[in-house]
Unconditional design. Structure first.
Length: 293
């Protein structure tokens, strides 16, 4: 009946489509995963990093992309695919530890961020060498296979000496635990490891480019439409609609996602069952590319 929708969304409309609009708006606001090609490639590489046999110098990866272009969503997807679990022995296994680099990190703060990510008590006053050894022991005990660091650009903003300390700590953890590291940051993080030749060689760069108005972009719009609980097709991947959406966003998946979801909610509130060009025009939305100083 609703051939333009994914099966799960179609079933929802068939069962509950006549309920109040607010329930469908709540569903629109619910975060959903869209596995476009570049994201799938990064997730496949992360899986390979987790499964790969341990060697002294593990390959690492640095994912670079502009703000709101899917980095954090990819990181959270990797987290969800590798949730911690209890082994038969009763011990917890944490395959993937994921955290955000603090805005102004020092060595102890860096280590404690990893402890927090493992839901482990932090060390407030212990000597740094003890904190490091404790961290290595617990990461080994939990069977950590991948460390993910978001907002890695915060290292770049430190004074040279503090920057050197954090980079050495990252290198030491990777070498001591034979641990691959997956880092995420904006364009300013592109050369974050350039001052250390060993880290620069370990971290292979992957760039998340902004979307272009091509076939991949049209497929992305079609994927979005399949997940929006509207009873009539909106034709988001048709030339006129696709162009209108593209020119209202900054070519980032975050802005495309926000505009489409806001348009779907406005359509429902207006008594419509599809997104129209007029609805796109009416959405109160400001792209980062529209901000001028």
């Amino acid at each position: 009946m609703y051939a333009h929708l994914a099966k799960s969304v179609e079933e929802y409309l068939l069962q509950k489509g006549n309920e109040d609009v607010q329930r469908r708006i709540h569903l629109i606001d619910h975060e959903t995963w869209i596995g476009y090609e570049k994201a799938k490639s990064i997730i496949d590489k992360a899986k390979d990093m987790i499964d790969r046999p341990r060697v002294t110098r593990m390959h690492c990866m640095l994912v670079i992309g502009s703000s709101d272009n899917g980095k954090t969503t990819i990181r959270k997807r990797i987290e969800s695919l590798n949730e911690s679990r209890a082994c038969e022995s009763g011990k917890s296994q944490i395959k993937v530890v994921s955290f955000q680099m603090p805005p102004n990190p020092d060595e102890r703060g860096f280590y404690n961020s990893i402890f927090r990510a493992m839901l482990h008590p932090i060390h407030v006053s212990s000597k740094k060498d003890f904190v490091l050894e404790s961290l290595i022991m617990h990461m080994r005990d939990y069977g950590v296979r991948l460390l993910m660091i978001d907002e890695v650009q915060h290292i770049e903003r430190l004074a040279n000496r503090r920057q050197r300390i954090i980079l050495d700590a990252i290198k030491h953890l990777s070498s001591e635990l034979s641990l691959p590291i997956l880092a995420f940051g904006p364009n300013e993080a592109l050369n974050i490891f350039a001052s250390d030749i060993q880290l620069q060689n370990r971290f292979k760069k992957v760039v998340l480019p902004k979307w272009e108005p091509d076939d991949n972009y049209l497929r992305l719009l079609a994927s979005f439409e399949q997940l929006i609980p509207l009873k009539e097709p909106s034709g988001l991947n048709q030339k006129n609609m696709a162009s209108k959406i593209y020119h209202r966003t900054n070519g980032t998946i975050g802005e495309i996602n926000t505009l489409i979801r806001d348009a779907a909610k406005l359509a429902l509130k207006s008594g419509l069952e599809k997104i129209t060009p007029a609805i796109i025009d009416q959405v109160e939305f400001e792209s980062a590319g529209d901000v001028f100083i």
